[in-house]
Design a binder for this molecule. Structure first.
Ligand code: PGA
Length: 247
């Protein structure tokens, strides 16, 4: 089971970042859960330097550039140098800040080129009665990974994050049944995108209002391989309960 803690911009102090990292280390060594932390870039650099623990680090995004005269950009190579081994790409909060499908495809390629395992976020903004949300999910997956080689496609972790469920409370998250249905659908699309290969090896995460109240039910029979946790990942008590109950 993989738990990715997306700290977003919630954590802004070294002291809080250090405390959450220490907690993650304790949880990772006390359980069989793989924990990946995604801190804001400067804090990632401070924590991941000389990291020898089981906890891994993810960039929350990578630049679409590969370096040069691009003030303010943090490239995949720079993240890798700072100690990240994963990269969240295409999060809805980046999509709403301008990331289009072609930009996301470029970012995936840069991440892979520098040894960062991409966590590709996809998800519909609303659930319509005609099932158009399924087409959205298919289009986002296809646009992001169709230009990758089969080997690279296998590396991509899919994080299904319906926009309507992000940043709320457990009651607003997807139901376990609807999630199970979506996981089957994502595996079907992956099977088409990975011809000749089994998509069963690909990892699928769920994200959107995961809290201690619903985490166990969401993973119990939905077929997901883990969770992408936002606000509950920066609350030490909530995160601790959440991880322990999945172990
Ligand atoms: P949330 O965020 O857990 O606060 O809903 C999840 C995400 O956006 O990755």
């Amino acid at each position: 089971m993989l738990i990715v803690a997306n700290w977003k911009a919630y954590v802004e102090e070294q002291s809080k970042a250090k405390k959450l990292f220490e907690l993650a280390k304790r949880l990772a060594s006390a359980t069989d859960i793989s924990i990946v932390l995604a801190p804001p870039a400067p804090l990632l650099g401070a924590l991941a330097a000389r990291n020898k623990s089981k906890v891994a680090f993810a960039a929350q995004d990578v630049s679409r550039t590969t370096g040069g005269a691009f003030t303010g950009e943090a490239t995949a190579q720079a993240y890798a140098a700072a100690g990240a081994t994963y990269a969240i790409i295409g999060h809805s909060e980046r999509r709403s800040a301008g990331d289009t499908d072609p930009i996301i495809a470029e970012k995936l390629a840069h991440a892979l080129a520098h040894g960062l395992r991409p966590i590709l976020c996809i998800g519909e903004s609303e659930r319509d009665g005609e099932g158009r949300y399924l087409a959205t999910v298919r289009e986002e997956m296809t646009a992001a990974i169709e230009s990758l080689t089969p080997k690279e496609r296998n590396e991509v972790i899919i994080a299904y994050e319906p926009l309507w469920a992000i940043g709320k409370t457990a009651a607003a998250a997807i139901s376990p049944n609807d999630l199970a249905e979506m996981v089957l659908y994502i595996r079907k699309v992956l099977a088409e995108l990975l011809p000749g290969k089994s998509s069963r090896g690909s990892l699928i995460l769920y994200g959107g209002s995961v809290e201690p109240e619903n985490a166990r039910a969401l993973v119990a029979s939905s077929g997901v391989d883990g969770l992408l946790v936002g606000h509950a990942s920066v609350d030490p008590d909530a995160f601790s309960v959440l991880v322990r109950q999945l172990a």
